[in-house]
Design a protein around this ligand. Structure first.
Ligand code: UDX
Length: 430
């Protein structure tokens, strides 16, 4: 059992603190947002993540997981402190480090014993060195410390499984002994551990996310070529994926990638490249391909319905992907903007993200289920592939809609069946 402190109880911080507590450690999670901390103490979570609530509750009850807003309390006994605060995107595409900086200053001021400071937030290459300098600058006493980079690779929607069963743990540090101590915390996860220097660990995170985004933009570009040449992208992806050099994952063509990580991380890597006089040609294309994806929807709807003014368009799925209520950089935002600008009445349904969507998209009429969204609609767009959309009663849908026009942006239906049922159906790359 180790004493661990985690700064920030957003997505990464809450999962990290909860899962380390579940491994038997004593964890204090800190957030400067007092309301968030008060809610967590009552068992109210700031995010939706399947399965997380039970694990939080179990560890709070067992006395291994505590929440606070006080750095003094969080650092009193800590041997390890994880920084898991947000690094949002700045206007110029770089990462905004203001939250990391204030966390680091507070750690420096409040540390009372030797500490290993571990960065989980996705931060520009070189930040680990800057953290070390900042701690030295703001420390009131000369207490020894080490900085370790331990990038987080978990995905929203499967965060607990990703934490407990990682593909690898990457640890970077100037002090190998510190990285080894952090490695020890991860041993129960039985995953390969890579120990390297700080900058390399930081780069592994950006390169991994950029590579995954590249894989998706690649398959999306090939999907367009398939469409033009009469091939089926789903089968092309299966045929490619059996090659272990390519792999099956992240070859689902669709309306593009969104979320809290890929858009900001690809942009930040391109920004770092430019700042350092290299030309991120590939990254620029990856972003350009992604930015174009949602135009396909508007083109298709105009082709089928003509002028969209006054037409009811239903969006099924609003979150950036299934099993989350996260709307950050979701394709649905672009679609609501583009369709509203054309005068369409845009209605939407999402099993979980409806409250977030209501706040974010005043032009969108939120519906209570898929069938009410479709009722009297001129067209429907499948935006997010929630499982419940895969089993909808298609004959009922056809009767409910004014015109049976479907843009399946995530390839969840079978084109032959849709043609048989008499839908004007379009999917991606088939
Ligand atoms: C991602 C990384 O996977 C994770 O390792 C990192 O820690 C954070 O960023 P996340 O943003 O939760 O995780 O979502 P992910 O499942 O990776 O999907 C990202 C986007 O790509 C989504 O918009 C998803 O719809 C899209 N996607 C994913 C595709 O369009 N096709 C695919 O084949 C896979």
């Amino acid at each position: 059992m180790k004493n661990i402190s985690v700064i920030g109880v957003g997505y990464v911080g809450l999962v990290t603190s909860t899962c380390f507590a579940d491994l038997g450690n004593n964890v204090i999670a800190l957030d400067i947002n007092k309301e968030r901390v008060a809610n967590l103490k009552k068992g109210i979570l700031p995010i939706y993540e399947p399965g997380l609530e039970e694990v939080v509750e179990r560890n709070v009850e067992a006395g291994r997981l505590h929440f606070t807003s006080s750095y003094d309390e969080a650092l009193r006994d800590a041997e390890f402190v994880f920084i898991a605060v947000g690094t949002p995107e700045k206007k110029d595409g770089g990462a905004d480090l203001q939250y990391v900086e204030s966390a680091v200053r507070e750690i420096a001021k409040n540390m009372t014993r030797e500490l290993i400071i571990i960065n989980k937030s996705t931060v520009p290459v070189g930040t680990g060195d800057w953290v070390a300098e900042t701690i030295k600058k703001y420390q009131s006493k000369d207490i020894p410390f080490s900085v370790v980079s331990c990038p987080e690779f978990l995905r929203e929607g499967s965060a607990i499984a990703d934490f407990t069963n990682p593909a690898r743990t990457v640890l970077g540090s100037a002090k190998k002994s510190a990285a080894e101590k952090v490695a020890h915390l991860h041993l129960p996860l039985r995953a390969p551990i890579i120990i390297t220097d700080l900058r390399t660990a930081e780069m592994i995170k950006y390169a991994s996310n950029a590579f995954l985004a590249t894989k998706i933009s690649f398959i999306n570009e090939v999907a367009d070529i398939c469409e033009a040449l009469g091939a089926d992208i789903k089968e092309v992806a299966v045929g490619m994926g059996y090659d272990p050099r390519i792999g099956k994952a992240f070859l689902d063509a669709g309306l593009g990638w969104g979320g809290s990580c890929f858009p900001k991380d690809v942009k930040a890597l391109a920004y770092m490249a430019k700042q350092n006089q290299t030309h991120p040609q590939m990254l620029n294309s990856v972003m350009e391909i992604n930015a174009d994806r949602s135009n396909k929807v508007v083109d298709f709807l105009e082709d089928k319905l003509g002028d969209l003014s006054g037409k009811k368009i239903a969006l099924l799925g609003l979150a950036f992907k299934p099993n989350t209520d996260d709307m950050r950089e979701a394709v649905s935002i672009k679609l609501v903007d583009a369709l509203s600008a054309k005068g369409a009445a845009v209605h939407g349904y999402d099993p979980v993200a409806q409250d977030v969507a209501a706040k974010l998209l005043p032009d969108l009429a939120i519906e209570k289920d898929a069938y009410s969204a479709l009722d009297q609609a001129n067209a429907v767009v499948i935006v997010t592939e929630w499982n419940e959309f895969k089993q909808l009663n298609l004959e009922k849908i056809k009767k409910l809609m004014i015109s049976p026009v479907i843009f399946d942006g995530r390839n969840i239906y079978d084109p032959e069946q849709m043609a048989r049922l008499g839908f004007a159906y379009k999917s991606i790359g088939r």
